[in-house]
Ligand binder design. Structure first.
Ligand code: SF4
Length: 382
């Protein structure tokens, strides 16, 4: 059982696979990492994600990283999945992507039609018909992102995890848990059996979801959470509420070692709210980047021993733990796509990493008419 968020050393990030802790998943029956990256498409995505990270490290916003990742994997047709509360932001994103030469598909592009907004299943099916090469989750509600991810045929990457209480900066709930707001995140999910659950016939549930009971359960839970929260819960609170409504006990946490402190705090919060948490860090395996064809000069820190991110094995470790709902915390663009593709349980994104904007990628959308105008609307150059 993998519990990397409780690891005291995270030594895999140094490439040391000898001095690993006793409870490290690398101790026993560890998956043969390179086998999972052998196919040309997977290798291309993995290499592209690594090169985007190192090339724009701490300089590019997540929006810029998504565009560069798309170029490097040869994708020109991008889909946007969004919820109705994020309509304006989705339009700005669409404009940015088009200004940079991409063909963009979304509800926004269906001229003359009313945007279907919170129909994540319908949005994914529509993008499948449009044969998009990469789908971007932009501000979807908790659970709606899970449904969108499940139905997308194209790889999916997360750009913005909406949080209407925290200015679409969900990581703030984790940071605040460590200081004077410490009570809130530890309490806000603790409403088991106390809150008023809206009747299912009062909720808007995607019609497509009625065909499959498993899908319908998540669609109903997501609609209930949206109704109950009404913008009064943080994304973290909504995520715990979704788990409660789905009757989930085991939560998976896939995280970037750059956010290992946040992962530990998040684990404590989830456990305080009654969930069992299994977790996998991105550097698990400690496999050198050279093994997937990354040159020393292409590393984040050339001249050092730098392990590759291992999103597929992260997913496999959580699958082995039987996690029913998996939370993404701070994965790179493209690495999230690979984890999403291999996770067997449901997936929701809590935090999208943006090193240039304090992990608040929405800042690029808000700033698109001002400070960031040139960077985002002119064809992005390395
Ligand atoms: S894989 Fe890395 S983070 Fe996970 S327990 Fe082992 S050393 Fe620690």
């Amino acid at each position: 059982m993998s519990q990397c968020s409780k690891c005291k050393t995270h030594i895999c990030r140094t490439g040391d696979t000898v001095h690993i802790p006793d409870n490290c998943p690398m101790q026993h029956d560890y998956p043969d990492t390179l086998n999972f990256y052998a196919s040309p498409d997977t290798l291309k995505m993995s290499r592209a994600a690594a090169l985007v990270e190192s090339t724009g490290y701490c300089r590019w916003t997540r929006v810029e990283e998504v565009m560069e990742f798309s170029r490097r994997i040869g994708v020109t047709r991008l889909g946007i999945g969004f919820c109705d509360g994020m309509l304006r932001g989705a339009k700005v994103l669409s404009n940015i992507l088009e200004a940079n030469g991409f063909e963009v598909f979304s509800d926004l592009s269906k001229e003359g039609e009313v945007p279907i907004g919170c129909d994540p299943v319908g949005q994914a099916i529509s993008l499948n018909k449009d044969r998009t090469g990469l789908n971007i989750v932009f501000g979807m509600c908790v659970g709606h992102d899970s449904l969108f991810i499940k139905h997308s045929e194209a790889p999916v990457t997360c750009l913005v995890a909406s949080d209407h209480l925290l200015g679409h900066n969900p990581v703030a709930a984790i940071y605040s848990a460590e200081d004077d707001l410490s009570e809130a995140p530890y309490r806000e999910g603790k409403t088991h059996g106390k809150s008023v659950m809206p009747a299912s016939d009062e909720l808007v549930i995607p019609q497509e979801s009625f065909r499959d009971p498993g899908i319908h359960k998540v669609a109903l839970a997501a609609a209930q959470v949206r109704e109950e929260s009404g913008g009064r819960l943080t994304r973290l609170g909504e995520t715990m509420k979704l788990a409660e409504r789905m009757k989930v006990k085991n939560i998976g946490l896939i995280f970037c070692v750059g956010l290992r402190h946040e992962a530990r705090t998040l684990t404590e919060i989830l456990e305080a709210n009654g969930y069992q948490v299994f977790s996998a860090a991105c550097k698990t395996g400690g496999v050198p980047k050279e093994d997937i064809g990354i040159l020393d000069s292409e590393k984040v820190h050339p001249g050092t021993r730098e392990p590759m991110c291992n999103p597929i094995v992260q997913a496999i470790l959580l699958n082995r733990s039987g996690t029913e709902l998996n939370i993404l915390l701070g994965q790179c663009v493209g690495h999230d796509s690979l984890s999403i593709k291999h996770l067997e349980g449901w997936v929701t994104c809590l935090v999208t990493k943006d090193r240039a904007l304090a992990h608040n990628p929405m800042g690029a959308i808000y700033g698109a008419k001002g400070y960031f105008h040139r960077a985002l609307y002119q064809n992005h150059k390395q």
